[in-house]
Design a protein around this ligand. Structure first.
Ligand code: G1P
Length: 292
């Protein structure tokens, strides 16, 4: 078996303005909105760490520094809590080892492809992961770990996919599928960003997790604007098909589209119901509300 270069770096595009969640996101980055008591970005970072990622790269922008604060030591908070003998383990996942988190800025919102390209100097000449924190992926193991396991088999480029109803495909990147490699792995033969329903090659959408070879940065260099007038990562990936292996991993787990309000509410409810400390109470509340 050939060994593939390990995936140690992950890029998190977090420069978006979050206009869909205004006014909540006027002064708070949307990535810090909590699902129960953990901010969205924390779920994505934890998922990456579980998959063996060591370096976190935030592509950020103005007004988004609170994301970096979240992963810093909160000195006043911690000393007060420790004086009062409080359990601080809840803060453990928010503590980054010095040097683990790097930020670059995307000065202008030119699209996801452009955001990823902004991280090119940090990514360097290594394969890397991308996680879109809007997409909350809950599984055991997590989505990125499932992808890294697939990557260790086939190498090259991988994207996570899932099926959606046909009337939803135009909101996403959609794949055309080739040969089935295993139960969860298929070859990708084409990619199209936000196609019209009638032009979509399938109902399998890209669900916000990628493992890509560094060559994508060179492709992004001269990528023209695509859907929505933005530089699309999907278009750059499409140009790599044929030159490099490209596979889709069907995620085994639950996915919540927290970029939409209803998806956000669904995630909150689902995760609260699953919690040992509050699930029963939340179920009783939900039943009471439904009976109104
Ligand atoms: C982005 C990607 C798209 C993908 C989606 C997943 O779109 O461009 O291919 O399917 O994330 O959420 P956006 O949500 O930024 O419009």
């Amino acid at each position: 078996m050939t060994t593939h270069k390990p995936i140690k770096k992950a890029v998190f595009p977090v420069a978006g303005l979050g206009t869909r969640f205004l006014p909540a996101t006027k002064a708070i980055p949307k990535e810090l909105l909590p699902i129960v008591d953990r901010p969205l970005i924390q779920y994505a970072v934890d998922e990456a760490r579980e998959a063996g990622i060591e370096q976190i790269i935030f592509v950020t922008g103005r007004g988004k520094t609170a994301i970096v604060e979240h992963f810093d030591v909160a000195y006043e908070l911690e000393s007060t809590m420790s004086e009062r003998g409080k359990d601080m383990s809840v803060l453990d996942p928010t503590r980054a080892t010095p040097g683990d988190i790097i930020t670059v800025r995307q000065q202008v919102p030119l699209g996801l492809g452009h955001a990823i390209w902004c991280a090119r100097a940090i990514v360097g000449d290594e394969p890397f992961a991308i996680l879109l924190p809007d997409e909350l992926m809950i599984g055991e193991p997590g989505c990125m770990k499932q992808m890294v396991e697939a990557y260790n088999e086939v190498g090259g480029n991988l994207i996570s996919v899932l099926e959606v109803p046909e009337d939803e495909v135009s909101s996403y990147g959609v794949i055309a599928t080739g040969a089935q490699v295993s139960d969860t792995l298929t070859e990708v033969t084409g990619l199209v960003e936000k196609p019209k329903r009638e032009d979509a090659p399938s109902n399998k959408i890209i669900s916000g997790r990628y493992i890509l070879q560094p060559e994508v940065m060179r492709v992004l260099e001269d990528q023209e604007k695509g859907a929505g007038g933005e530089i699309q990562l999907t278009d750059a990936m499409a140009r790599m098909i044929g030159n490099q292996p490209f596979h889709a991993v069907t995620f085994a787990g639950n996915r919540y589209d927290c970029g939409s309000k209803t998806g956000f509410v669904e995630a909150t409810l689902a995760l609260a119901l699953e919690r040992e400390d509050m699930g029963a109470e939340v179920r009783a509340i939900a039943e009471r509300l439904l009976a109104r």
